[in-house]
Design a protein around this ligand. Structure first.
Ligand SMILES: Cc1cc2nc3c(=O)[nH]c(=O)nc-3n(C[C@H](O)[C@H](O)[C@H](O)COP(=O)(O)O)c2cc1C
Length: 276
């Protein structure tokens, strides 16, 4: 991991985040993910080796501990701070809980109180902007990390940050802006992964987007076996309401042109910052 960290630093990454949160057995069986929390001494040795090997910040993402009887995030966090870790993110569940039960805000709060000055990022079950506020207020953490909510709603971040800044309920994001954003996402996926992989990816992500579309099931079924750009375009033109403009019903899948539409056609629907 030390060599990997140096390699990444040479590539120009901004920070290294060490994953001590993954509960999946395939990962923990090899001693990685949440299993790192079981052997505190070895883990500290590992983290120190990485911190000393690179100049960029090293952060750690962890769970509360392995199970209810071995909760130790509040013990590890201050020791990691002493070693020079720049921030810790804590998912308020144990490895054994995986994703069951609910997040333990009190235990994340104990981690916040255990460190002197590094930021603690609270994570788990932030599904709405109200949850984000509650996490910040009740836990006293410096930031919140959002996982699953962002998978179905890419606008979650701009809406939540606007709510946290202003205290006003965020403006609803309409279907037009959501579709346009989906085209932007698909066109970037095409550019980065190519047609085959982008289509496979979109079979998965459509279930998130379609949560907010009227004909949810039809979108899912139609995209479920997506194989080509042409099929994507056919589904979009069939399921998009007739009155929507051409850049939404028959998009040209070029990220730059969609970016322009997102910025200009959105009006108060979509702050430009949401696009980046
Ligand atoms: C599809 C998926 C992949 C994830 N991969 C990782 C990972 O590689 N490392 C990690 O620390 N957490 C991972 N997580 C966990 C999330 O970072 C987060 O801790 C967890 O989902 C709880 O936050 P949430 O309630 O906002 O989703 C993953 C979660 C999901 C849903």
């Amino acid at each position: 991991m030390r060599d990997a960290a140096r390699f990444l630093e040479d590539l120009g990454v901004d920070l290294i985040d060490i994953n001590m949160g993954c509960p999946v057995d395939r990962i923990t069986k090899g001693g990685a993910g949440a299993a790192l929390m079981l052997d505190e001494e070895l883990t500290e040795e590992l983290v120190l080796a990485i911190v000393e090997a690179v100049e960029i910040p090293v952060t750690v993402k962890m769970r509360l501990g392995w199970d209810e009887d071995t909760i130790n995030a509040h013990v590890l966090a201050p020791r990691l701070e002493q070693m020079g870790v720049a921030a810790v993110a804590v998912h308020g569940r144990t490895k054994q809980q995986a994703y069951t039960g609910s997040v333990n805000l009190e235990a994340i709060r104990a981690v916040v109180q255990s460190v002197k000055k590094i930021p603690v990022i609270g994570n788990g079950d932030v599904h709405t902007h109200h949850d984000a506020k509650r996490m910040l207020e009740e836990v006293g953490c410096s930031a919140v990390m959002v996982g699953r909510a962002a998978l179905s709603d890419p606008f979650f971040f701009c809406q939540t940050s606007s709510y946290l800044r202003t205290g006003r309920e965020p403006v609803e994001i309409g279907l037009a802006a959501r579709l346009l954003f989906m085209h932007y996402h698909f066109s970037l996926a095409l550019r980065y992964f190519g047609e085959e992989e982008a289509c496979l990816l979109f079979r998965k992500v459509i279930s998130g987007y379609s949560e907010f579309f009227g004909k949810k099931e039809r979108w899912r079924v139609a995209m479920n076996c997506l194989e080509s750009v042409q099929e994507y375009l056919d589904v979009v033109s069939e399921l998009t309401p007739d009155q929507f403009p051409p850049e939404i019903r028959n998009p040209k899948l070029c990220p730059e042109s969609l970016y322009v539409h997102l910025r200009s056609s959105s009006g108060n629907l979509l702050p430009a910052s949401a696009v980046i």
